[in-house]
Design a protein around this ligand. Sequence first.
Ligand code: HSE
Length: 437
Amino acid sequence: MKPINVGLLGIGTVGGGTFTVLQRNCEEITRRAGRPIRIVVVADKNLELAKQVTGGACRLTDDAFSVVTDPEVDIVIELIGGYGVARQLVMQAIENGKHVVTANKALLATHGNEIFKAAQDKGVMVGFEAAVAGGIPIIKAVREGLTANRIEWIAGIINGTTNFILSEMRDKGLSFDTVLKEAQRLGYAEADPTFDIEGVDAAHKITILASLAFGIPMQFDKAYIEGISKLDAVDIKYAEQLGYRIKLLGITRRTDEGVELRVHPTLIPARRLIANVEGAMNAVLVQADAVGATLYYGKGAGAEPTASAVIADLVDITRMHTADPENRVPHLAFQPDAMVELPMLAMDDVTTSYYLRLRVADKTGVLADITRILADEQISIDAVIQKEPADGETEADLIMLTHQTREKCIKAAIVKIEALGVVTGNVTKLRMEELGK
Ligand code: HSE
């Protein structure tokens, strides 16, 4: 059986894992794919590292552009990351008739429409299972396993770094800054962790899932993004006392008015399975009309979990590359000519419920003033707790949970509440999701 030949761009953590797993499981993978999958060339700036990892088993180069034009290469694996050189390499690989496998969620969320169009025109496949939730086969599940369904919404813990930080903050009662340093020491968080902690990485991933779920173009620029860097440990504690956990969720939902696409810290009932996903693990909950809710759990990062997804794409391409392009599984689950433009909802128009924390003077009439403002905005209160002032203090924390309302209504109410003389500082607002049907 003639092997299918692969060119690997980038032999860092995931590239190394891909090399190792392909070698270790070569016999089983060949039995599944129908022919051997062979890495024939690796491109990396660090040739010494490439030599160590590959042990001389294939050609090495420090020129990634030579790989995307290499006549021996059938599939290019792009593991360089970012949207500069990686974009040029992917586009050139496609132009040269190579199939592409990538773990690059930033690239797909921002340039996916252009990349998939080029791939379709050229009749090549682009696999991206590794781009969302690492080793969890969530792309395959949404694109193929749930194909009978009308997908209603997806909510996912799709960033392991922030889930680790939130778990540690809750477990140990530590501040965000302290846990972030610990996460960096343990190697979970990057030296520059901005994309993770500010929710950008999760927004890239939920953008991709929204596209697959609803058959809409990638629209990362429409995503509302709020990370966890401003989250106070006291809110995690109060949420817990109220029976909730705070998770950084990527959420996309189809409503009659348009599609929600958002990432933010979210209170979810502690009894939900997804609320109990701890540490660096990922989980994605999909609500669909026929099957109901399905939950996918596993490692969202790391060498071999991500390699597992990369190799799954290699096998798919190996099986399918001789099929007519129009008979293959569409990249984004829907046939390219059946993609639709749906309105994307601005965050102000999203409806959800809220957790509010206020610092108030412990005086007669304070609660009445606040509830009147909420009532004027048609916001219904679900629960209220007032903490006793600490010894010697005259102010108390007031925590309120609201029923569902529009974001713009809660924002308007908060402006009025903050203007009350009896309220000190800003109101803390967190969104809540039941994640039931
Ligand atoms: N940085 C990501 C995370 C992993 O922390 O989950 C790669 O997507």
